[in-house]
Design a protein around this ligand. Structure first.
Ligand code: HEC
Length: 134
């Protein structure tokens, strides 16, 4: 039987290395956990590129198109782009005006800035009531 004084003079291995073992485990855990945490958060970002591009398109239509068609799209230099003015016009015709412009008028072509799908998205939304910028 060891006396109390002898026992404390020879601390067990776990006590001697305990701190280092714990620090090591923490380091390993963080190395595994931090990247996993980061990836999870990147993947779960609430704002997808689609959402960002959609916001850009809304701003483009409200600001750039709005500079000629009116900031509320009620018309200005260009005609109104409201649902009641566009509802009877074929979507394909409106889309081609947006992409290729109207020669000999102030309506410029936008094909350098917009894909076909984006022009279709704009026509669809103009015909149903264009969203506001947030
Ligand atoms: C520099 C001024 C200007 C800008 C900027 C402009 N437009 Fe136009 N737009 C016009 C004019 C002028 C017309 C009428 C052309 C004509 O006389 O046929 C027109 C016509 C149109 C038409 C046909 C409307 C109809 O009832 O037939 C659409 C759709 C249209 N623009 C959408 C857009 C969109 C979308 C944008 C932005 C991406 C845009 N325009 C930017 C001047 C502009």
């Amino acid at each position: 039987m060891l006396k109390v004084s002898e026992r404390s003079a020879r601390p067990c291995t776990a006590k001697r290395y305990g701190k280092h073992v714990i620090a090591g485990l923490v380091a390993v855990t963080l190395h595994l956990w931090v990247p996993a945490w980061a990836t999870e958060h990147i993947v779960k970002l609430p704002v997808s590129p689609d959402t960002i591009r959609r916001a850009e398109l809304v701003t483009l239509v409200r600001q750039d198109c709005g500079s000629c068609h009116g900031l509320t799209l009620k018309g200005g230099l260009g005609p109104a782009l409201l649902p009641e003015s566009l509802k009877d016009k074929p979507a394909a015709y409106l889309k081609s005006i947006i992409l290729y412009g109207r020669p000999d008028t102030a309506m410029p072509p936008w094909q350098r800035f917009l894909s076909e799908a984006e022009a279709e998205w704009i026509v669809f939304n103009l015909q149903k009531g264009f969203p506001n910028e947030r």
